[in-house]
Write a protein that binds this ligand. Structure first.
Ligand code: PMV
Length: 364
């Protein structure tokens, strides 16, 4: 599919008003997206586990405008309170997607959004937030064009979410989502995420992700700035190639359930992401001393116990601890005994691989 395929046919009927609600989860990348071209096109393909517990729920109420003022009209409530500092981000997003959802200018909207995870936990809500918002917009579009099929609905929701925040396009469906054109993955696309189309061993079906909240404050460098620093980065081309290769190598690992090789790729991806940050100009470090303490403890525990537990990182100091269902008790015990001491106020979130976004409500 190309961008043009997401331009809608003329709407069949305009409802006067309505209300829709979607809940979308966060996701954690195994092969990381870091570096992009114009229009949120990724410099390399990525793959992620869709999460379950960490999610954003968004409700959009809409009312047909009296006259067409030409611009966007929306109010924004975050956790029940007006949130004006989120408005510019939404305005930018609406500008990017206006051609694909032209009804945006026809309505007054109230957007109410809330996260399942605590505010300022250091967990980025942009992926779940942009996915939930995009799904609500697609729900409205579906009411205007009711014959839309499910596949198109999900693809376009992912397409729109990508234009809000790249990794958000992997937060529409579950449970293993791939995004970015890859020559060996036939249906892959730079425009939206797809369900990983190859065999996946059942060991990956109930994977756990315990998120250790090492640092809850604001990051010093946003991911927008970080992506940008990959332009002219001395190691960029090699890194992008590595991501392509890692996706290739994951194919047999996923099929066979080879956890040793899975761990090698996942941990290497996490450290490479941070290595790219440390070798950018200007350079920066998002890990904290406790991030490294946790990594070292995981390595020591894994080598002594042979329990297949590993870590990954997103663009921050928090550590995602990944392990299969079969070692859940041991892993939780280890986390509580050894790792929780490194979390800010002892806080962590028990999450797991999930099935994707859910419609909560959608009626005229
Ligand atoms: O979606 P963005 O622009 O916030 O970038 C996310 C980048 C990483 O989380 C670091 C990696 C990824 O693939 O999710």
């Amino acid at each position: 599919m190309t961008e043009k395929d997401f331009l809608p046919a003329p709407y069949q009927h305009f409802s006067k008003n309505g209300k829709v609600t979607w809940k979308a989860p966060s996701n954690i990348a195994l092969v990381k997206y870091w570096g992009k071209l114009a229009n949120q096109i990724p410099a390399n393909p990525s793959i992620s586990f869709t999460l379950d517990a960490c999610a954003t729920t968004t409700t959009i109420s809409y009312q047909k405008k009296e006259g067409n003022t030409g611009g966007f009209s929306f109010d924004l409530l975050f956790e029940g309170k007006p949130k004006t500092d989120f408005k510019p981000k939404i305005e930018t997003f609406f500008n990017r997607i206006a051609d694909y959802v032209p009804f945006l200018k026809e309505y007054d909207f109230t957007i109410e959004t809330s996260n399942s995870f605590p505010h300022s936990s250091g967990i980025a809500s942009s992926a779940s937030g942009m996915a939930a918002l995009s799904l609500c917009l697609m729900e409205i579009e579906k009411q205007l064009n009711p014959e839309m099929d499910e596949m198109f609905f999900s693809r376009k929701a992912s397409f729109l979410a990508r234009l809000g925040s790249g990794s958000a396009c992997r937060s529409v469906e579950g449970d293993l989502i791939q995004w970015g054109k890859h020559p060996q993955i036939p249906s892959s696309s730079n425009l939206y995420g797809i369900k990983y189309p190859f065999e996946v061993n059942p060991i990956f079906k109930n994977y756990h992700d315990t998120i250790l909240l090492v640092h809850k404050g604001q990051k010093q460098v946003s991911s927008t700035v970080g992506h940008d620093l990959m332009h002219g980065h001395p190691y960029a081309e090699k890194r992008f190639q590595q991501a392509f290769d890692n996706l290739d190598n994951l194919k047999s690992i996923f099929a066979e359930g080879n956890l040793q090789d899975f761990i090698k790729i996942v941990e290497s991806e996490a450290l490479t992401l941070h290595a790219m940050m440390m070798t950018s100009m200007p350079y920066f470090i998002l890990m904290k001393p406790d991030t490294l303490e946790i990594i070292n403890k995981i390595w020591k525990y894994r080598s002594e116990s042979k329990v297949p537990i590993c870590f990954t990182l997103d663009a921050g100091a928090n550590v995602h601890v990944l392990y299969p269902e079969s070692v859940k008790e041991k892993a939780i015990q280890f986390i509580q005994d050894e790792l929780v001491a490194h979390c800010e106020n002892g806080h962590y979130i028990c999450d797991r691989i999930g099935v994707g976004a859910k419609k909560i409500m959608g009626k005229k």
